[in-house]
Design a protein around this ligand. Structure first.
Ligand SMILES: *Cc1c(COP(=O)(O)O)cnc(C)c1O
Length: 401
């Protein structure tokens, strides 16, 4: 078994990150070796039968698709970091968003989803999950306890994401989870933005935490992995079962990169946090900027919730530029240090023109200007600021014609 790092009193996060998911046998390597396996071989019929009947239990070696010791070690590391019973690692963040839906919903059930949900997950809900006779509806991410009004007698699952993708609303997780619990519904929360280092949704009453480890855990834009962590053992079993229905399996190389990323998660996140906030504060004072959507800014409407529940912020935020789409294109294309591209969480800064309005159904996205998402990488903050300044200068030139 990997070292859970949880013996005695729980170490602080930075210490934990250098302990969890490592081999315990000494003498031995510091890092978990890779295991390439489809077939696992057994000596006796009894051993094989025992592994088969325990194949959905945490850490059971049965067949490659059910996981190998390197995968189990990574899963245990994420579970310890999140404060959960167990984690199931899957091939991508989106696969992690979909897994609880497959594991817990059946025809006739209702799933209530935040209107600010990651858009590809919204597509999976409407084009795939809804096809199997599951009712899907959306709620205002800022509803808090008023989510009670959106609950139906058949609501089985409430799907949360905080802050919301693109629009950065913070959800009142304790208020929402207590309503859901009283109603007998499960809650899942996409925690990709903060990662389990800066937000612990399970401690706020959430049952299942989803993360695109592709982003901050891997941290170098070179592998894709998702994780689903359950607070309870029975839920963890059902997730493992559903992962097998779907045939999910992850490669040892990707697991290795994700486990390696974990070791530096705290130092990287601290830097993304500081640089992102410095850029957000600077942008807020620029005349071309209508508003900055960053929960760590005092001007953010959910700042008090962020202060209450989070211990840090991501490098990902958005700015609404006081310009047309063409002006925003001029800004984005003038940037040299921010590349355009999807995803984030790596060492390199990114920028993306976005339009959250078209995906909304429960709420309206009101913006007079153009929304641009920024991701602060590990570059020097002043260099990044100078690059944004040149983008804003280009915007001025564009506006003057
Ligand atoms: C990127 C992302 C995902 C999907 O992760 P992939 O690994 O790209 O599939 C899910 N949720 C959120 C909030 C994300 O930002």
């Amino acid at each position: 078994m990997p070292d859970s790092g949880s013996s005695g009193s729980q170490p602080r996060p930075e210490t934990l990150l250098s302990r969890i998911g490592r081999p315990v046998a000494h003498p031995g390597p510091v890092n978990m070796p890779l295991h390439r396996a489809s077939t696992i071989v057994f000596d006796t019929v009894e051993d094989l039968e025992a592994a088969k009947s325990a194949r959905f239990d945490k850490g059971t070696l049965f067949y490659g698709r059910f996981g190998t010791p390197d995968v189990f070690a990574f899963e245990e590391a994420i579970a310890v970091l999140s404060g959960g019973y167990g984690t199931v690692a899957v091939p991508s963040g989106l696969a992690a968003c979909v897994l609880p839906l497959v594991a817990f919903l059946k025809p006739g059930d209702h799933v209530l989803v935040t209107d600010s949900v990651y858009e590809p997950a919204r597509t999976s809900l409407s084009a795939f999950i809804a096809r199997s006779g599951v009712e899907v509806s959306y709620f205002d991410p800022r509803a808090g306890a008023a989510i009670a009004e959106a609950m139906r007698p058949n609501t089985r699952l409430v799907y949360l994401e905080s802050p919301g993708s693109l629009t950065f609303e913070i959800q009142d997780l304790p208020a929402i989870t207590s309503v859901a619990r009283a109603h007998g519904a499960l809650t899942m929360c996409d925690n990709t933005w903060a990662s389990s280092l800066f937000l612990k949704p399970l401690a706020l009453g959430v049952d299942l935490v989803v993360e695109a480890a592709t982003k901050y855990v891997v941290g170098h834009s070179d592998a894709m992995i998702g994780t689903v962590t359950a607070a309870r053992e029975d839920h963890h079993r059902l997730l493992r079962q559903a992962a097998n229905w779907l045939g999910y399996r992850i490669s040892p190389d990707d697991v290795y990169l994700a486990a390696r990323g974990l070791r530096t998660l705290a130092v990287r996140l601290e830097r993304h946090y500081r640089t992102g906030l410095a850029l957000a504060e600077w942008l807020e004072c620029q005349p071309q900027v209508r508003r900055v959507l960053h929960p760590a800014l005092a001007s953010h409407p959910d700042h008090a919730l962020w202060l209450r529940d989070f211990s840090g912020a991501s490098g990902l935020f958005a700015v609404e530029l006081a310009t047309t789409k063409a002006g925003a294109i001029a800004f984005v294309e003038a940037l040299q240090l921010f590349s355009q591209g999807f995803s984030w969480g790596g060492f390199e800064s990114l920028v993306l023109l976005t339009d959250p309005g078209h995906a909304r159904t429960a709420t309206r996205w009101e913006a007079e200007g153009s929304l641009v998402r920024l991701y602060a990488g590990l570059e020097d903050a002043d260099d990044l600021k100078a690059d944004l300044k040149s983008g804003l200068d280009r915007l001025d030139a564009f506006t003057r014609g």
